[in-house]
Every structure is written in C-alpha cells, then in structure tokens.
Design a binder for this molecule. Structure first.
Ligand SMILES: [Zn+2]
Ligand SMILES: [Zn+2]
Length: 224
C-alpha cells in the first residue's frame, strides 16, 4: 500500500512495516519472524526492486513483532541494521529479552519458542537527534528504553513505532502490559507532540493521515 509517493506500508505484516524509497530502500521494522518472504515479494512485485536495494533496516525497538524478521532480511539483503543503542544488546542476543509478568509472560515464552527468534548484529547504534537515511531519530523511551520515533521533516511523516498506536480511529499510548515505564512513555509522547508532521505511521493500526501532529498534541495534553 502506497501511503504517499515513495513511502509504502507492507500489508499483512504485524507489527507494521514500512519502506521509504530513496537512493536505496529503507525498511522500518520487520514484523514477527517468518515475514521476510512477504516483504521481499512486495519489494520485487510492487516496487520492482531486488533484495540488495534494501540498504538500511531501522528497528524502532527490540520487541519481537518489530525485529522478528530482521535476521532473515539482513541475510537476504546485506543491509545495515540500525537501532537505538539502549535496545541493541537485546536484538544481538547479548542480553536476553525481558519477559513480561503473569499471563503475558507465559504467552510470550510460548510465542518466542514457537517463532524461533534469530539474533542480528546491529551495524549502527542511534542516539537522540541522530540522522539516518534522511530521518531524524527521536529517542522516546518508556515502552522500551531504546524506543525511537523516526521523523521525516521533508515529507512531514512521523514513524512512531510503539510509542503511539492508532487503532479503531483512536490514538493511544503503548500497551501498559508491555511498557515497563509508562510515565516515561507519556513524557516521550509529549516530546513528539512538539514536532510538526502531517501523517503518523504507528507500529500497529492504520495511518493517521490528516492533521496528525495536532491530534497527537491534543492526546498528549490529556495525559497526566
Ligand atoms: Zn513494542
Ligand atoms: Zn509492537
């Protein structure tokens, strides 16, 4: 699905996965494990590109539904893998991914074994305000300590990862059961509410296409 010319969302991949076409292709997030075939089929069939045209894979945070196919895609494309430094050791397997408590933890463990996550070695570690492939890295900790949003000032887009969700026509913060520091996550939402963007592209849910930054501002004012 083309969001604006040169920016695509690959449907059927969860969490959401986006491609920006520039000199090379930039992939934002990779969905759960076993999505690489679907992503590469889209690159071939819809964009008329080959796997090695993907030069950069940016991960908004370490969670499995965003990094699950990163290894397979790195292997198929040779792209540089990019993530905020605070989340890097989880994707590389140096630090085990934390398991949520209670019911979600049980589900997560089953899920992880079933899906067979393969660690991937990041090539570039991001910090707040770094620029990568024409995007500005906005560090938005809370959901994870290395969560980022990616701001495209030229096309006025904000890729929000899981810092915000737009589901059933409603803006929401990250799911509390998977967010160890909700206060920090809310501060992060206030931080991105200061940016000027037309379209918000979250890690889950549909694109928010009109007056996005105004809506995020209103939502952020409703937070404590
Ligand atoms: Zn997440
Ligand atoms: Zn997610």
């Amino acid at each position: 699905m083309e969001i604006i010319p040169g920016v695509h969302q690959i449907e059927g991949v969860n969490g959401n996965c986006y491609i920006i076409m520039g000199d090379g292709l930039v992939l934002i997030d990779t969905g759960l494990p076993n999505n690489s075939k679907k992503i590469l089929a889209y690159v071939h069939d819809t964009l008329g590109s080959i796997p090695s045209d993907i030069e950069t894979i940016i991960l908004t945070h370490y969670h499995l539904d965003h990094t699950g196919s990163a290894y397979e895609l790195w292997d198929a494309t040779g792209a540089k893998v990019v993530i905020h430094e605070n989340d890097a050791d989880y994707v590389s397997g140096i630090t085990p991914m934390p398991v949520p408590g209670g019911f979600w933890g049980v589900l997560y463990r089953m899920f992880k074994i079933f899906l067979k996550y393969k660690p991937v070695q990041p090539d570039i570690l991001l910090h707040d305000n770094d620029r990568i492939a024409g995007l500005v890295c906005i560090h938005t900790p809370g959901h994870t300590s290395g969560s980022i949003c990616l701001y495209d000032p030229k096309f006025k887009l904000l890729f929000a990862g899981d810092t915000l969700r737009f589901v059933d026509g409603k803006l929401q913060g990250p799911p509390p059961q998977f967010t160890p520091n909700m206060d920090q996550a809310e501060q992060s939402i206030k931080k991105i509410a200061a940016l000027d963007f037309d379209i918000l592209l979250c890690g889950h849910g549909a694109p928010l296409r009109s007056g996005a930054s105004e809506k995020v501002k209103t939502f952020s004012q409703s937070l404590s």
